[in-house]
Design a protein around this ligand. Structure first.
Ligand code: 87F
Length: 541
């Protein structure tokens, strides 16, 4: 009541638009707070339930995907909830996965001649608003520092939501001649976007980790080339590391980064709820920012010219997508290439057996695997039963479990158990390292194969509007011939929002890989307009 009154009072001093905006914001804030409270309550309830059973997850992926996800990310010790709504603690298990992705991408961009750097997280107000198109739609999400202690700052300072406006004033300074080009910088950092939509760990958080690359070239051809190269690295992060198949393509005019020329993207699919999710974007900014920030150079012919720029980024969202795609009712299923631990060795002491010999042998096998470069740990803790350990490491998603019991010891072999499909195999000690490597490679391959099959079964070609909604409602992504008119895109979105609260469909991308489009094919949603290309549509995050 008190808050409402305060809001009314301050609204009396605002313009109608400002008042509307403030009301909207207050409503969204209240909604976010309510959602956070509900999430905390749910977390506490499942915590309680589990204390009773000690069995790991209390809901199945199919029963309630949302609850399953909140539970798995906390129970597997990827994240902890934090006291600021929409912010999460990345625990070592999640951070180690991030470090794997980072190591891969960092190595690859260095091969392309990109250098790492670090710019401040604070943006002067005057720079932030220089590029209007770019900031307009995003303004409500920008967080501001307005005080130090009790004193108001002379000028408020924004916290970076992305760093175009932080970096480009200095690009204008540094770039003078064609000899200063190309300039290729990247930074690994955090960014803050004060979102009001329901927050989800990794998927939508108010602070997240990412890399942002910002490059400048003399020619458009060079910039175009890099956009593709970076997008392909993003594809490899998803497919080769996370075993998540993606569809690369270009965004529609409506969905592209407004400040740029065109946006390329990799789009993933979450089978459990049929939603699409943007994986990472690689933008060609054209010369828009160069104009705004005066980034010019002298050509070899001594003429003045504007640079061509790109920016590109991927975030900790990648981890959330991997969890959603591969996790099961026992917990996480981690692809070996990103798993913090690839193998866990568990000795199975038996009553009446000398457990020190068994544990000694388990530790030796562990050392051998470690020496071969695998990430492995021996879990010989005496205060937990083997059954408890199986559940624990399954929950954490370790790709391969190696059990060693008295019988195995006798036969100088060990039992391999795969996390992804439960397959068991007895392996002689002589072939231990070789077979562990081979099994992990097979798991990596099988995870991508399985996810690709499932994704492919859920992308359908639709040629007319009648078939569009039923496909969406059956949790499909839809590939449809489209006229590429924004008005039609907006019409589709409005007319695909279900009465049951289902959201409208968006264009995800115009895939680079196009099925044949016969001459005379019309737009699926506007049958009087010729279709230009097949476009991928879906309900999305
Ligand atoms: C939120 C607030 C202010 C996204 C925002 O995709 C500005 C923005 O510019 C904003 N949310 N964006 C677009 C970011 C574009 C681009 N930046 C570099 C990337 C990749 C990395």
């Amino acid at each position: 009541m008190e808050d409402e009154r305060k809001l009314e009072e301050s609204m009396a001093e605002m313009s109608v638009d400002e008042a509307k905006e403030a009301k909207k914001k207050a409503k969204a804030e209240a909604k976010a707070a309510k959602a956070a409270k509900a999430a905390a309550k749910a977390a506490a309830a499942t915590e309680k339930g589990k204390k009773k059973t000690k069995l790991g997850l209390s809901v199945t992926k199919e029963e309630n995907f949302g609850d399953w996800y909140s539970e798995i990310v906390t129970e597997a010790e990827l994240i902890s909830y934090y006291d600021v709504s929409g912010c999460y603690i990345l625990r070592p298990w999640a951070y180690a996965i991030w470090e794997e992705l980072k190591a891969f991408f960092d190595g690859e961009i260095k091969k392309l001649g990109v250098e790492n750097c670090y710019f401040p997280m604070f943006v002067p107000e005057s720079n932030l608003i220089k590029e209007k198109d770019h900031v307009e739609g995003f303004a409500p999400e920008v967080a501001w520092v307005t005080k130090s202690g009790d004193t108001d700052l002379d000028v408020p300072i924004a916290v970076r939501p992305t760093s175009e406006t932080v970096m480009y004033p200095y690009y204008a300074d540094w770039i003078r001649s064609h000899r200063d080009l190309p300039l290729k910088l990247n930074q690994w950092c955090n960014v803050v976007r004060w979102e009001f939509k329901h927050p989800t760990p990794f998927i939508r958080s108010r602070e997240f980790l990412w890399q942002e690359g910002h490059t400048a070239y003399a020619t458009k051809a060079e910039a175009d080339e890099e956009v593709k190269q970076i997008l392909d690295l993003y594809r490899r992060i998803f497919e080769d590391l996370l075993c998540v198949p993606v569809i690369p393509g270009v965004k529609s005019e409506k969905e592209k980064f407004a400040g740029g020329l065109y946006t390329t993207t990799v789009e993933a699919y979450v089978p459990a709820n049929g939603r699409a999710i943007q994986g990472a974007t690689s933008h060609c900014l054209g010369q828009n920012f160069a104009k705004m920030f005066g980034i010019e150079f002298e050509t070899e012919e001594r003429a003045r010219a504007l640079v061509w720029q790109n920016s590109w980024g991927f975030t900790t969202r990648t981890i959330g997508v991997m969890v959603m795609v591969h996790g099961d009712d026992k917990g996480l299923v981690l692809p070996p290439k990103v798993a913090p631990l690839q193998v866990v060795v568990i000795p199975l002491p038996f009553k009446g057996c000398d457990s020190s010999v068994l544990v000694g042998a388990a530790e030796e096998l562990t050392a051998e695997l470690k020496a071969a470069g695998l990430r492995v740990r021996c879990d010989a803790r005496e205060n937990y039963t083997p059954g408890w350990k199986y559940n624990h490491w399954e929950l954490k998603g370790v790709p391969l479990r190696i059990e060693l019991g008295p019988k195995d010891l006798e036969q100088r072999s060990a039992r391999f158990v795969r996390r992804d499909n439960g397959a068991k195999e007895d392996v002689s000690w002589q072939r231990l390292v070789e077979q562990a490597r081979c099994t992990l490679e097979q798991v990596q391959k099988d995870l991508l194969d399985r996810a690709t099959k499932e994704r492919d079964q859920n992308v359908v070609e639709v040629r007319n509007w009648e078939d569009f909604l039923p496909a969406l409602d059956a949790k499909k992504l839809v590939l449809a011939p489209w006229c590429e008119e924004t008005a039609v895109e907006e019409w589709v979105k409005a007319n695909s929002a279900g009465g049951d609260g289902a959201m409208g469909a968006k264009t995800l991308c115009i895939p680079f890989k196009q099925p044949a489009l016969p001459e005379g094919t019309m737009c699926f949603a506007a049958p009087d307009k010729p279709a230009k290309r097949w476009t991928l549509w879906g309900r999305s995050y």
